[in-house]
Design a protein around this ligand. Structure first.
Ligand code: MG
Length: 247
């Protein structure tokens, strides 16, 4: 069941989204060769808590950290730890924040030092796919118009879509209905309307689409080991779409 939000709830979600976006951009600016993913996680937690937010990933179904830190061939849900970033890596930073009972959720993939042109193209394409999806978050469109817009950008660039993980509705819960696949024909699924708030999150692989989960039960990685990128925004359906985690 899709929970529609009243205007006053969307204003609360705007506050949560703003802190989520600030934390994302703060941590992204700390990325450089020599920093560990644990340091990034600790910085994120401190930043969020000092500003009155709660890191929503911490303890979520037992997740042990405030951010997901997914390096290179890790798609999503990487656990921060002793891994030290090196020049030429990419890292996806995914984080959620609760403010006054409402959630924000966002992700960005950033280069560490200098990356290859092909890797930069993966990042640019995944960001463009997210923007194309966001642009479809308008009243009257169908849910799969978002999915289709994401897929078209990714496949036109020769990359593959991760199909095992999807975007989602968001509000008082981090994961609400509907699920939002990053692929599929347009014109399907529920019709979008004001009051829907969605987390759109393309996950795009440079190589094949197949992924597996490591023995830690969290880390999702590409089977071929090739890099994967992930960008995410929380958006309220509107005309124009209202991106709550904009910079
Ligand atoms: Mg999400």
């Amino acid at each position: 069941m899709i929970v529609l939000k009243a205007d006053w709830e969307i204003e609360k979600m705007r506050q949560a989204g703003a802190l989520t976006a600030q934390a994302r951009d703060y941590v992204a600016a700390l990325v450089r060769p020599g920093v560990s993913t644990r340091e990034l996680d600790e910085a994120a937690r401190r930043f969020i808590e000092e500003r009155g937010g709660t890191p929503s990933f911490l303890g979520y179904e037992g997740f042990p950290a405030s951010i997901c830190a997914s390096v290179n061939g890790v798609v999503v849900h990487g656990i921060p730890g002793e891994q030290v970033l090196r020049d030429g890596d990419i890292i996806s930073l995914d984080l959620g924040v609760i403010v006054d009972g409402y959630h924000g959720d966002t992700a960005i993939t950033v280069p560490v030092g200098k990356v290859s042109p092909q890797v930069q193209s993966l990042l640019d394409t995944t960001r463009a796919a997210l923007l194309a999806g966001l642009a479809k978050a308008r009243p009257g469109n169908h849910l799969s118009d978002i999915s289709n817009a994401v897929e078209r950008i990714a496949t036109a660039a020769g990359f593959s879509i991760v199909v095992d993980f999807v975007g989602h509705g968001i509000g008082r819960e981090m994961h609400e209905d509907p699920q939002i696949p990053n692929y599929g024909p347009p014109g399907r699924g529920v019709q979008l309307r004001r009051g829907m708030v969605l987390a759109i999150e393309p996950m795009i692989n440079m190589g094949g689409p197949d992924v597996r989960i490591r023995d830690d039960g969290w880390t999702v990685e590409t089977i071929d080991g090739l890099p994967s990128a992930h960008f995410e925004h929380t958006v309220a359906v509107g005309d124009p779409p209202d991106v709550l985690t904009a910079p």
